[in-house]
Design a protein around this ligand. Structure first.
Ligand code: GLN
Length: 192
C-alpha cells in the first residue's frame, strides 16, 4: 500500500486524483490518497503531488496551517518522489527543491493557454501532449531537463523531484503519474 499525498489548498486536485488512481489500477498497486491540508497531514506519505492552480493563492491558503513548510521539510528529510505541475513547479523552484529559476506567467497574454506536442526523455515517454495554462518558464536548470517545447525546457527532474510547467493531469495520459508510483514503489522495496 502506498500513501500518495496531494496538496489540497487550491488548484487542479480532482484531475490529479483521477490520474493517480488510473496509474495505480494500471500497476495493480493499492494506494491511499492522503489529502494534505495542514502540516501534520504530511508525515508518512510515500509520494507527493503538488497540483497546478494559482501559486499566490496556494501560499496565502497555506499560511494559517503552515502546510507548505511541513511539506518542504518532509521532502528534504525523506527524499520521497514529487510531481509538481505548473503552480506546483513554481513552488518547488521558489522553495529551492529544484535548482532552477522560474518566471511566472511567462508566455504572455495571447499565448496564455495552449496545447502542443512536447518532447520528453523519461523512461518510455518520448512525446506527450503538453497542456499549458498561464504557464511559467524555467529560467535555468536545463542540466536536468526531461521535457522540451521546441528549444524551451518545460520539465525538470532533479533526484526524484519532478517539476513540469504543463498539466499532464488534464490529459488522459497518466504516464507521469505512473512514474511517480514506480519511484515510490522502488523506494519502499529498498527500505524492506
Ligand atoms: N500562473 C499560475 C501561477 O503563477 C500558474 C498557472 C497554472 O498552474 N496553471 O501560479
Amino acid at each position: 500500500m502506498l500513501t500518495v499525498g496531494l496538496a489540497m489548498l487550491q488548484g487542479a486536485r480532482n484531475e490529479h486524483m483521477h490520474a493517480i488512481l488510473k496509474a495505480a489500477a494500471d500497476l495493480n498497486v493499492e494506494i491511499e490518497i492522503r489529502e494534505l491540508r495542514k502540516s501534520s497531514d504530511v508525515a508518512g506519505i510515500d509520494a507527493l503531488i503538488l497540483p497546478g492552480g494559482e501559486s499566490t493563492a496556494m501560499k496565502i491558503a497555506s499560511r494559517s496551517e503552515e502546510l507548505y513548510s511541513g511539506i518542504w521539510e518532509n521532502v528534504r528529510n525523506t527524499n520521497i518522489p514529487v510531481l509538481g505541475t505548473c503552480a506546483g513547479a513554481i513552488l518547488l523552484s521558489q522553495n529551492g527543491l529544484i535548482n532552477a529559476g522560474i518566471e511566472r506567467n511567462a508566455f504572455g497574454r495571447q499565448r496564455e493557454s495552449f496545447q502542443s506536442d512536447i518532447e520528453v526523455n523519461l523512461e518510455e515517454i518520448s512525446t506527450f501532449q503538453g497542456v499549458f495554462i498561464r504557464a511559467p518558464r524555467f529560467t535555468d536548470g536545463s542540466g536536468n531537463a526531461i521535457a522540451w517545447l521546441g528549444d524551451e525546457v518545460v520539465g525538470i527532474l532533479e533526484r526524484n523531484v519532478m517539476a513540469l510547467t504543463f498539466h499532464p493531469e488534464l490529459t488522459d495520459d497518466f504516464r507521469f503519474h505512473l512514474w511517480l508510483l514506480n519511484e515510490a514503489l522502488s523506494r519502499t522495496e529498498h527500505d524492506q
